[in-house]
Design a protein around this ligand. Structure first.
Ligand SMILES: C[S@@+](CC[C@H](N)C(=O)[O-])C[C@H]1O[C@@H](n2cnc3c(N)ncnc32)[C@H](O)[C@@H]1O
Length: 245
């Protein structure tokens, strides 16, 4: 996909989407957790809980958390699923720094380890993990299919992919109300509190461009995943996608 047709945080034509996304998360990292709670009225915590409860049914003992950010999904998985090992990977050093502090504080550092890396070029061997998951991460990939194909590659046969991601509500009146909030109100609060002009405008625009519902499970199937399915949360604001290798 050319940079022109991609949704990027900043309009820097000579910097890749990956470069711009890294810069953006490095910049907003100190405000990220707090803004999540404020902007979603705390519902993002419940979405991650639901997603982890679904994944728990598969009892994975090794988990890779892609685009782990400040590690909220990895921490929830460690507490609820109690796997042997979770590796959280992210491209933004500043997001990981905050994640590391939280993990240490909660005494989960013998289960979760964080590392910097690009989800489109994973260092892990093929067939390594029982589960690979991502919350609000895949939408930011420069090349969505390349990132998902890497998630497929490092999963063990029979392993589970779980993706939690924003979707576009489809029904009146939530569609209209949510659009008003997401497009006009949230970017203003985000701008003031994150001190970044563009980050929360990019959030709205990237969700509009993202293939949701069946469009996303169709991509998973095309990449070789089986039993691809989704669960709609909060009347379509968010979806949990689950599939198998
Ligand atoms: C919206 S945050 C989600 C963080 C966390 N999963 C959560 O639930 O709050 C998106 C994260 O994706 C990371 N990211 C974006 N592109 C990436 C890539 N190519 N490889 C690894 N991480 C990436 C960003 O640095 C950021 O921390």
């Amino acid at each position: 996909m050319s940079l022109k047709s991609q949704v990027t945080p900043y309009s820097e034509i000579d910097v890749s989407k990956k470069g711009q996304v890294t810069k953006m998360f490095d910049k907003i990292a100190p405000y990220y957790d707090n803004l999540n709670r404020v902007l979603s009225l705390g519902i993002d915590v419940l979405w991650r809980k639901k997603a982890i409860n679904l994944l728990k049914k598969e009892s994975p003992s090794s988990i890779l958390d892609i685009a782990t950010g400040t590690a909220d999904l990895a921490i929830e998985a460690a507490k609820v699923i109690r796997p042997k090992q979770i590796i959280g990977l992210d491209i933004s050093a500043n997001m990981l720094k905050i994640g590391d502090e939280k993990i240490l504080k909660k005494g989960l550092n013998d289960v979760i380890s964080l590392e910097q890396g690009d989800s489109e070029n994973l260092r892990f061997e093929t067939n390594t993990f029982d589960a690979v998951m991502a919350a609000f991460g895949v939408r930011n990939f420069e090349n969505l299919e390349k990132g998902l194909a890497e998630m497929y590659r490092v999963l063990k046969p029979g392993g589970t992919i779980m993706v939690l991601e924003f979707s576009k509500p489809r029904h009146f009146p939530l569609k209209q109300l949510f659009n008003l909030y997401f497009k006009n109100i949230l970017p203003v609060i985000g701008k003031i509190r994150s001190k970044d002009e563009k980050a929360y405008k990019y959030l709205y625009e990237s969700v509009q461009a993202f293939p949701d519902y069946k469009d996303f499970t169709d991509i998973l199937k095309r990449l070789g995943f089986t039993q691809a399915d989704y669960k709609v949360l909060s009347a379509g604001i968010c979806c949990i996608y689950i599939a198998k290798k």
